[in-house]
Design a protein around this ligand. Structure first.
Ligand code: MN
Length: 750
């Protein structure tokens, strides 16, 4: 984000407040030292001072978009490293220096000379990361791989990068809107899951909320408003809930803290979306937390004692007990979660953990390392890093596939399953029996024909759930096929399957080689690399292997070889008669797309300026927050910022995103859909259609109503001019007697 976040300083504004600003800078630095004090050893202070001065000098002439001197940013990043992640002196130094190599005259050698190899390596890792997201997508994936390699070398790189990202997100307000969308998307796409995976729950939550603030501004504000409106009521309820528990725990002699904690806006929004309920219907807007002071050898016992006391008071839901004491998550998280029936018939989640577990939940990896000595659990992070290294080592595809695979296999939530002997294994959510087979061993995966899950026979694609016990069934006749790729999510399984397919392709391609040799000789030519290339290019194939494979499987018959000319050792392909032209389509772009930094495109009134189409996945209408996406061949496609595909597109193809905005428009109308749920009432259809076409004069494209057991569910497709008109329509329908819910649908699935 560096280049964009910097602007040169004009001498006059700078000098004006120079003295004051310098004081302010020193004040921030002192606060940093205070936070770090318990960790500072002899000699550290001088090193920190050198880093601070080096960074201050290097960034001297730069300012952030907000106008403040740039050095505030590295100091803030270092502060997050110390206070929120629990990192030490060396990471603080790296935090202070993290943008110097990228943006200033300071070189890695300078840093190595001053601070040694360890710090120079981390700063190098941070420098590589900062260039990741602004280039094209495949290069981006390539860079991301580099980061991951650095990460597995020294996890501090990614922790400091997360601190950097967090501070950038906290100060995103002063950036331009399309920049905000892009950065917020990247954050929700990669950084929040990465924070989660590193066990940094607070940072993950804040990153998600901040992203949502920019990506879904309206919804964010609405939920925040409702949360603050209902705060008093909630506090009252929490106090009522906690009171008897406090007494019980005190009587039992526990040293503890108990409090209610609101859930994040992002997680509430997820619930609303997932369950299709309204804000008022989300029951767990908060969770109760019990933090115990317990000696390490009595932790588990004490947590269960508390569980017992809590469930004496309130009845637990049998389905909602999560025991991460016996089976910690692989990001280190340990706790006991239960959901109980509280006063007024409300379900309440209670999280029980010790102080040590709480620190790990908040500071993740760093705290985990702190407690590592003396704990007998094997190191889950080391294991995770090893798996990443393995996956990086044996895959050669680039592009988005890799990022997608990485997300599903390394950043997803996990399930734990058992081998027939009762050994526990961790796999990402959505893993199949086949994933498990490959996880055990490549040879077992390749021969897998099915599995027994909890003693029941299931196909290889069967999705596993936590607690399943799996026995893999193999056959020597089995071998991997292309469609297996659709049944697996782990990188290990995917890579093994691809390797096997490639091997098989090579064997088949051998036959194609003989066919091609014969045919070449048939026209008087010879089989040599130059000639094979000529044929390959003629058929527009990417590799010789591909060519030979297609010849062997007869998807190419080599008839056209007769048209080749033969000159000595060389054959030449004929000139192609018609070249396919990609943009010769009805959606062709009539004018060059302006670069992302130039004028905004206004469409609607002046829609003749540029060809665009509306995305089918989210059906935007005027007034929606939208962005334009430059597609190959289809011109500009307009998506809503809330589109399910938006974060993916914005995060991975940021360079193809164009800022777009609606112009006022009354001539064109747009198709959109509403789903309505209500109590079946005689004449309800009539009332609805009366409002739509009678009162509001809106055109109806389709209307279906189904009624069952006194409830009805309807979908209506209407043509509206803009968001305001739609909102008005929704309000009018909602005001009808018996109507329970009116929702716009996001996709064309209905
Ligand atoms: Mn930075």
């Amino acid at each position: 984000m560096q280049d964009d976040d910097i602007k040169p300083v004009s001498a006059s504004t700078y000098n004006l407040n120079e003295e004051q600003e310098n004081k302010e800078i020193v004040r921030h630095y002192r606060a940093l030292l205070r936070a770090l004090r318990p960790k500072i050893k002899k000699g550290d202070k001088e090193l920190l001072r050198t880093a601070f001065e080096m960074a201050t000098n290097a960034h001297k002439t730069m300012r952030r978009k907000s106008g403040e001197p740039y050095i505030f940013h590295p100091i803030a990043v270092a502060m997050i490293c110390v206070e929120e992640i629990g990192l030490g002196v060396r990471s603080t130094i790296c935090g202070l220096l993290h943008d110097t190599v990228e943006d200033t005259d300071i070189t890695l050698d300078d840093i190595k000379g001053e601070f040694g190899n360890e710090i120079a390596k981390i700063v190098d890792g941070l420098t590589k990361i900062s260039t990741v997201m602004d280039t094209n997508s495949s290069q981006q994936a390539e860079n991301f791989k580099k980061i991951l390699l650095t990460l597995t070398d020294d996890p501090r790189v990614i922790l400091i990068k997360l601190a950097d990202r967090l501070h950038n997100m906290r100060t995103l307000d002063s950036m331009k809107q399309e920049k905000q969308l892009k950065i917020a998307s990247e954050t929700i796409w990669v950084y929040a899951p990465l924070a989660h995976r590193m066990g940094l729950y607070n940072i993950k939550t804040e990153l998600e909320d901040l992203s949502m603030k920019y990506l879904e501004a309206d919804t964010y504000k609405e939920i925040a408003k409702k949360l603050s409106e209902t705060k008093r009521e909630r506090t009252k309820y929490i106090n009522e809930f906690i009171r008897p528990l406090k007494d019980k725990l005190t009587q039992a002699g526990f040293n503890f803290e108990i409090y209610g904690r609101p859930k994040s806006i992002h997680s509430i929004w997820n619930k609303i979306k997932k369950k299709g309920v309204s804000f008022e219907e989300v029951y767990d807007l908060f969770a109760i937390r019990v933090i115990l002071d317990a000696p390490i050898d009595k932790e588990k016992e004490d947590c269960w004692k508390v569980y017992s006391l809590v469930t004496d008071e309130y009845l637990p839901s049998p389905e909602r007990l999560r025991d991460w004491l016996s089976n910690p998550k692989s990001n280190g998280y340990e706790a006991l979660h239960t959901t109980v029936m509280g006063p007024q018939g409300k379900w309440v989640e209670v999280q029980i953990r010790t102080k040590r577990m709480n620190e790990i939940a908040e500071k993740g990896l760093a705290a985990h390392f702190k407690y590592k000595e003396g704990s007998h659990s094997e190191d889950r992070f080391d294991k995770w890093f090893m798996q990443i290294r393995e996956a990086l080592g044996n895959q050669d595809e680039g592009g988005i596939d890799f990022l997608q695979d990485f997300k599903t296999s390394f950043l997803a939530e996990e399930i734990y399953v058992y081998t027939p002997k009762g050994e526990v294994k961790m796999l990402p959510t959505n893993s199949s029996a086949l994933d498990f087979a490959f996880y055990i061993h490549t040879a077992i995966g390749s021969k897998c024909i099915g599995a027994k899950v909890n003693h029941k026979l299931v196909p290889i694609s069967h999705k596993l759930r936590s607690g399943d016990q799996i026995e893999i069934i193999t056959s020597n006749k089995q071998k991997p096929s292309e469609d297996w790729l659709n049944s697996v999510v782990t990188a290990k399984a995917k890579n093994s399957i691809k390797d096997a397919l490639r091997e098989e392709k090579k064997v088949i391609a051998e036959e194609g080689k003989y066919t091609l040799q014969r045919k070449l000789e048939g026209i008087g030519g010879v089989y040599n690399p130059y000639n094979v290339d000529q044929v390959m290019n003629y058929y527009k194939l990417g590799s010789q292997l591909d060519l030979l494979y297609r010849i062997a499987t007869k998807s190419i018959d080599l008839k056209e070889l007769k048209m080749f000319t033969v000159l000595g050792d060389k054959v030449e392909a004929p000139k192609p008669v018609v070249a396919p032209v990609e943009h010769n389509l009805e959606h062709a772009i009539t004018r060059p797309i302006p670069k992302k930094d130039s004028e905004l495109i206004i469409f609607g009134e002046s829609s003749d300026q540029i060809q665009y189409s509306l995305a089918k996945c989210c059906n935007p209408i005027p007034g929606d927050d939208v962005f334009g996406f430059v597609s190959t061949g289809k011109g500009l496609i307009i998506h809503r910022t809330t589109c399910p595909n938006a974060t993916q597109l914005l995060a991975n193809y940021g360079h193809r995103v164009v800022k777009t905005k609606w112009a006022k428009n009354k001539e064109i109308s747009f198709l959109t859909g509403l789903s309505i749920i209500g109590l079946d009432d005689v004449g309800v259809v009539n009332k609805i259609t009366n409002i739509i076409s009678g009162e509001l004069k809106i055109n109806i494209a389709a209307l279906t109503i189904e009624s069952k057991d006194g409830l009805f569910q309807g979908t209506i497709k209407v043509y509206v001019h803009d968001k305001d008109e739609l909102a008005n329509l929704v309000d009018r329908i909602k005001s009808l007697h018996g109507i329970q819910q009116v929702n716009r649908f996001d996709t064309e699935t209905v």
